[in-house]
Design a protein around this ligand. Structure first.
Ligand code: SAH
Length: 345
């Protein structure tokens, strides 16, 4: 059974041609699926009975099931979703003043092995399919429907490394961005990577106006390799030129994410090195208050230290912001996603 939620309009059009249908059928199906929210082929009244039977036999429209739901005092919602094979992933809704932001997981577990991150404590079991990522948004939209709201912004910053699941993530982005599907504007979608140079370059050539965020977290190789295993394979002298190529091709500014870890990467000397390092790239810095993960011994930098770091970067001409926090009382904050209910931790 092919899950239609995982097909871009272009792929659905080719499929319709294979089914000896007109290409237009694909647009018709998209309207039923996304605009009208129909999940049962028999409700698609302008599609012939014989083709509806074909659809029922070979295709499905299945969304993940809600295994648990937690709501924080600030309105943040964290869902543990269960996929058809029993795999479970978390997805988080954050209510910013400018819209409803969903933080989407891209893999079940993660193999990148960043030493500060809780998600990576659960090794990768598999990639998520594009229909499962689309499903994360559809399930959240179903919850928001009663309040007459919907998801307006998407960040692929949940569990997993999106560029370790490149093709599915790109299909996912194309589907949610499609005017005939969820119509989420490209500038409202951000993919965050730990820094895989060839995929960063490829992403720049997709012709998408999607935002790119790079998890940097350290301004030199020695420290970055300690914090992020991926830096041993792709050190800064490979990462930064790839980001530069991305910017040249896509014409888009990038954001560097930088977790502030007390006594580890938070000094003004680190800020100096950071500004120097990213100079060749057209970029913002987003400083992330670290959320303590019990097992690893890292701690959040003091607020004054974070502000001094930000002031240094601002004075040196780099636009810098501090990430707003959500859902801390339900472990829904950055890096805290992990399927605790699985009993693995
Ligand atoms: N693999 C991708 C996306 C998932 S991680 C990436 O590395 O970008 C999303 C962001 O959360 C990354 O910047 C990651 O470094 C950060 N993060 C991980 N653990 C964190 C923690 N405990 N506190 C704050 N941010 C964390």
């Amino acid at each position: 059974m092919i899950n239609l939620y995982g097909l871009t309009l272009q792929k659905l059009e080719s499929l319709m041609l294979e089914e000896k249908q007109s290409k237009f059928r694909a647009k018709q199906l998209f309207t039923w699926i996304y605009e009208k929210g129909v999940t049962n082929f028999d409700d698609m009244s302008d599609i012939s009975k014989s083709f509806r039977d074909v659809l029922k036999e070979k295709y499905c429209l299945e969304k993940p099931a809600i295994f648990t739901k937690q709501e924080a005092s600030d309105g943040t919602v964290k869902l543990l979703l269960e996929m058809k094979d029993g795999a479970k992933v978390e997805t988080v809704l954050m209510r910013y003043n400018y819209g409803n932001v969903i933080c989407v997981s891209s893999q079940v577990g993660c193999n990148m092995g960043c030493s500060f991150c809780a998600s990576g404590l659960l090794k990768k079991q598999r990639n998520l399919e594009s229909h499962e990522m689309v499903g994360e948004i559809l399930v959240m939209n179903d919850l928001l429907k009663s309040a007459n709201e919907k998801i307006t912004h998407v960040v692929v910053m949940g569990t997993g490394e999106p560029f370790d699941n490149y093709d599915n993530v790109i299909d996912f982005v194309r589907i949610i961005n499609d005017q005939k599907a969820l119509a989420i504007g490209a500038r409202h979608i951000t993919v965050s990577t730990c820094g895989i140079p060839d995929k960063i370059r490829k992403y720049g050539q997709e012709g998408l106006q999607i935002n790119l965020a790079i998890s940097l977290h350290a301004p030199n190789n020695e420290l970055r390799s300690k914090l992020m295993k991926v830096n041993r394979a792709y050190p800064l002298e490979e990462l930064i030129p790839a980001v530069k190529d991305y910017i040249d091709h896509a014409g888009r500014r990038v954001t560097y994410e930088y977790i502030m870890l007390k006594g580890v990467n938070d000094s003004l000397e680190h800020a100096r090195q950071l500004c120097e390092l990213i100079k060749p790239t057209y970029a913002y810095i987003n400083l992330i208050p670290y959320n303590d993960v019990l097992e690893n011994g890292y701690h959040r930098a003091d607020s004054e230290t974070v502000h001094a770091f930000m002031d240094y970067c601002l004075k040196h001409g780099v636009q810098t912001t501090i990430r707003k926090e959500f859902g801390t009382d339900i472990d829904a904050a950055c890096g805290q996603l992990r399927a605790k209910q699985e009993g693995k931790l």
